[in-house]
Design a protein around this ligand. Structure first.
Ligand code: SIN
Length: 513
């Protein structure tokens, strides 16, 4: 069996959905691949803080300046210009007018909140579950669209490229291009190719390669690994952003939105001392990389496994109303944030690098695009400004959706491909679990918030060995989502490590002691 479509989109967060809807509204046939059984999963759904819109006495230049300063000299200015030029208008046209997302209002206007490194209040939000509100407003439109076929519970294995999959040896001399992907049905394990004029990676991030992360379980680095194997260029993979405040003591690292600090929350150490003035004049609202490293330092200096976020000085009813999801989550741990300090630690949050793309979302491989967290547009530089991720997803999703709607002659070549060959060995869950622990702990301890040359080289040796073991295991194994994700996880961890070793400059989120 095989399928064919004009546009293949792998991933179902905001960037993938907007690209799909844009191409479908332009009359293109779209197949959208979703690893889980619902469109309301993934990082978009989990986003708490909000999305940048426009503040009072705000302008494009101010927003651009804030992004550039947070990015610590590594942003690509044309991409930042595109974001500030198009982004806020798309928020209005698409999210507010077309999908009627219910953003909070205050005195008849959109309520504006603040987060670290913003010079004005310009972030709109839906309480503390903005991503949920956006996903629930946008996804039904895609589900009902006659031009969009959604394949839930399907996992992409590899991109189809002319150089790797064509049976015609002379194709090798043509420009490298992608013409779809091998996809697996998670329920039946059947693997089949989908041929596409254009393919868009929208697979989200890689947080699961760290033991402590704010990301959902789907964020196993799939898109980076597929693009790497296909020969597309990766950029800035070592710029991993650590969110300063996630709940300490829980099994998973539940995020405490930066908007809690934006609304006045303060950080204190185990001696109840407010410490951020030692590190930055903007205190708790300094750029995220600085706050996260300051917390790390404070934990070391005080010999404590966490610091505290304190909101007890704010109005109690207001807190509960403004942050209902956080309040509810903390209650499940017997923490009442209106009366107690919240124990917090940093955790891996966002990949600022990724598959390098142009202003149109094109990768270095013809007919392959990337949008959302998996892409490196250059907007985020070495450290992403808070609440730019949904804005970037919306902007590049829209731009790429429009670009793939123009199908050229070159997009129409589909070579004959080799038959898919599956292994026969049954999956060994113990091996998979141990390999993941190895990846997650190695990344956390050796390629984390604070890195050293020795630690990174140790990680490189571990991943060199582990990737060849996993590749061998993958070749022989019966296909499953677990083995596909493990293979992608180790490839992505290895890539992050190699990028980190190559860059000797401390910048933004890349810090070598
Ligand atoms: C948060 O709510 O703190 C996360 C927002 C973001 O990562 O941009």
């Amino acid at each position: 069996m095989f399928k064919q479509t004009e546009v293949l989109i792998i991933g179902s967060g905001l960037a993938g959905l907007i690209a799909a809807i844009t191409a479908a509204d332009n009359g293109r046939n779209v197949i959208l691949i979703n690893k889980t059984d619902t469109l309301t999963s993934g990082s978009t759904y989990w986003a708490q803080g909000g999305i940048i819109f426009r503040g009072n006495e705000d302008d494009k230049n101010k927003l651009m300046e804030d992004i550039l300063v947070a990015g610590d000299g590594a942003c690509w200015q044309p991409a930042v210009e595109q974001l500030v030029d198009l982004g806020p208008d798309l928020v209005k046209d698409i999210l507010i007018d077309k999908f009627n997302v219910k953003f909070d209002q205050s005195q008849g206007h959109l309520d504006l909140t603040e987060e670290g490194a913003h010079s004005v209040r310009r972030i709109i939000h839906s309480k503390d579950h903005t991503g949920k509100a956006i996903s629930e407003a946008v996804a039904p439109y895609a589900q009902k669209h006659k031009n969009i076929t959604i394949l839930n519970n399907h996992t992409a294995i590899d991109l189809l490229t002319i150089s790797h999959h064509s049976t015609n040896p002379l194709d090798l001399y043509d420009k490298p291009a992608c013409f779809g992907a091998y996809i697996m049905n998670n329920s039946t394990s059947e693997v089949f190719p989908i041929f596409a004029n254009n393919t868009i990676l929208a697979t989200g991030g890689l947080g699961q390669i760290y033991i402590n992360t704010t990301n959902p379980s789907e964020s196993t680095g799939d898109g980076y690994a597929m693009a790497y194997r296909a020969g597309a260029r990766l950029l800035n993979m070592h710029y991993i952003q650590f969110h300063p405040t996630t709940v300490y003591g829980a099994n998973e690292r539940f995020l405490i939105s930066e908007s809690v600090r934006g609304e006045g929350g303060i950080l204190v150490n185990k001696y109840k001392q407010r410490f951020m003035s030692k590190y930055h004049s903007s205190m708790e609202l300094a750029p995220r990389d600085i706050v996260a490293r300051s917390i790390y330092n404070e934990m070391l200096e005080t010999g404590s496994p966490n610091v505290y976020l304190d909101v007890r000085h704010l109005d109690k009813d207001w807190i509960v109303n403004r942050f209902p999801s956080i309040n509810k989550y903390l209650h499940s741990f017997d923490i009442d944030m209106t009366h107690e300090k919240i124990p917090v630690v940093p955790a891996a949050h966002y990949s600022c690098g990724g598959v390098g793309v142009s202003l149109r979302g094109r990768t270095s491989l013809q007919r392959l695009y990337a949008v959302g967290e998996v892409a490196c547009t250059g907007v985020h530089g070495a450290n992403r400004l808070a609440s730019t991720s949904l804005l970037e997803a919306l902007t590049w999703g829209w731009v790429a959706g429009n670009t793939v709607s123009e199908i050229t002659k070159e997009d129409e070549y589909f070579p004959k491909i080799f038959d898919w060959e599956d292994g026969t060995e049954e999956m060994d869950n113990a091996l998979i679990a141990q390999d993941w622990l190895n990846i997650k702990n190695t990344m956390w301890n050796y390629v984390g918030l604070v890195r050293t040359k020795a630690r990174m080289h140790r990680a490189q040796t571990i991943f060199r060995h582990l990737s060849s073991e996993v590749e061998d295991f993958y070749r022989k194994a019966k296909m499953s989502k677990e083995i596909i994700q493990l293979r992608n996880g180790v490839t992505t961890a290895y890539a992050v490590t190699n990028f980190a070793i190559e860059d000797r400059t401390n910048r933004g989120s890349h810090f070598i002691k």
